[in-house]
Structures are given as structure tokens and as C-alpha cells.
Design a protein. Structure first.
Length: 198
């Protein structure tokens, strides 16, 4: 037992001496606190003129159209966030209404006095997209009525739209030249939901 106690005591002394020999005489510490990791803002906005941009804005209104009339709705989309966008979609939502009582001529051909038929006679001729000094048209939607495009996503952009960059979008619409009295005093309420994706 005495021998084991002596060996244990010698081991402790050697260990303590080794610790003292291995420790430094100088020491220093550097500290790095409050390092941050954060995400950027993803923000898409719209404008009529390309000057002031909003999250919610009525972009167009066309009145007193007749068969054969052409109109174009031009508006701007801006990346107001910190992150580039690689895809932009427009979801069209259409609601057709009759504006008041049917006219005598309309009553002869219109069997839906509560619902208008205008969107069935509004033809999207094409969509033009301008980024910087480059313009291209989207032909895959040409010739379709707003009625057929209702609740459909239209992919208008598949490239890179960096922070503060804008797109000009022009939708060319034609009132079907063959439309008849059924569209008199009809109203189409068009909602555009514009989605940006990273």
C-alpha cells in the first residue's frame, strides 16, 4: 500500500511539473461578437409611368370601345428589393359584368343578363417586354381571349432582373371585329397579380 501511495505521489508531481513546463508565460485573446447573417428583401412593384412604384395600383382603364378597336396597356415592373429576380409571372383574373339594363338590341341576342361577354371578345394580340434597350414579344399567348386566359399564369420574364432594374410591359388588346350586340354595355374587370421569383 505504501508503495502504491508513493507511485501515486510521484505521478502527481510529474504531472504537475509537466503542466507547469507546458504552459505559456504570455497569452492573448481576440474576440469576435455580434457577427451577422441576414436575408435581403424581395420586393416587386408596379407603375403606370415608370417613375413612382407601388404594391397596389390600377394600371389601365379603357371606355366606350367597339368591335375592331385596339388598345394597349403599358405598365412597368420594378425589382425594388435587394435580390435578383429570375422569373416574373402575371396571373390574370377576369370578371365580366353587364353595365345596367340590357339595351333593346342586346336583349335580342344576350341570354345572360347578369354576366357580360366582353372577355370572350377581347383578344390578346401580343405582349411586348422591354428590359433596358432590348425588346422581345411573347407569341405563345397571341390570339387568345382574356376569357381563355382567365386564372392562367403568363410567364413574361425568364432572365435576371437585378435590384432597382425595371421592365416595361405592353399588352396589345383587340376587341373582336366580329363581336355583335351581345357585348354592348359590358364591362370586364381585369386583375393582374404580378409574381416575382428568385
Amino acid at each position: 500500500m505504501k508503495r502504491e501511495l508513493t507511485i501515486l505521489l510521484i505521478g502527481l508531481l510529474v504531472g504537475a511539473a509537466g503542466f507547469k513546463i507546458g504552459s505559456a508565460l504570455f497569452s492573448d485573446v481576440s474576440i469576435s461578437e455580434n457577427n451577422e447573417i441576414s436575408t435581403g428583401e424581395f420586393d416587386i412593384r408596379i407603375s403606370k409611368t415608370g417613375e413612382r412604384f407601388y404594391n397596389d395600383l390600377k394600371l389601365f382603364e379603357f371606355k366606350d370601345l367597339k368591335p375592331g378597336d385596339e388598345v394597349n396597356a403599358t405598365f412597368y415592373i420594378k425589382n425594388s428589393g435587394d435580390i435578383s429576380m429570375s422569373r416574373i409571372l402575371i396571373l390574370l383574373k377576369i370578371r365580366d359584368l353587364e353595365d345596367g339594363e340590357l339595351t333593346d338590341a342586346e336583349a335580342l341576342v344576350d341570354d345572360t343578363p347578369e354576366t357580360g361577354e366582353l372577355s370572350k371578345n377581347l383578344i390578346l394580340e401580343w405582349i411586348a417586354i422591354t428590359q433596358g434597350n432590348q425588346t422581345y414579344t411573347l407569341g405563345e399567348y397571341s390570339g387568345k381571349t382574356l376569357y381563355k386566359l382567365n386564372n392562367q399564369s403568363i410567364s413574361i420574364f425568364n432572365s435576371s432582373l437585378g435590384p432597382s432594374e425595371t421592365l416595361r410591359v405592353t399588352m396589345f388588346l383587340l376587341v373582336d371585329p366580329n363581336a355583335g350586340n351581345e357585348i354592348q354595355k359590358d364591362v370586364s374587370l381585369v386583375s393582374l397579380q404580378i409574381y416575382g421569383e428568385q
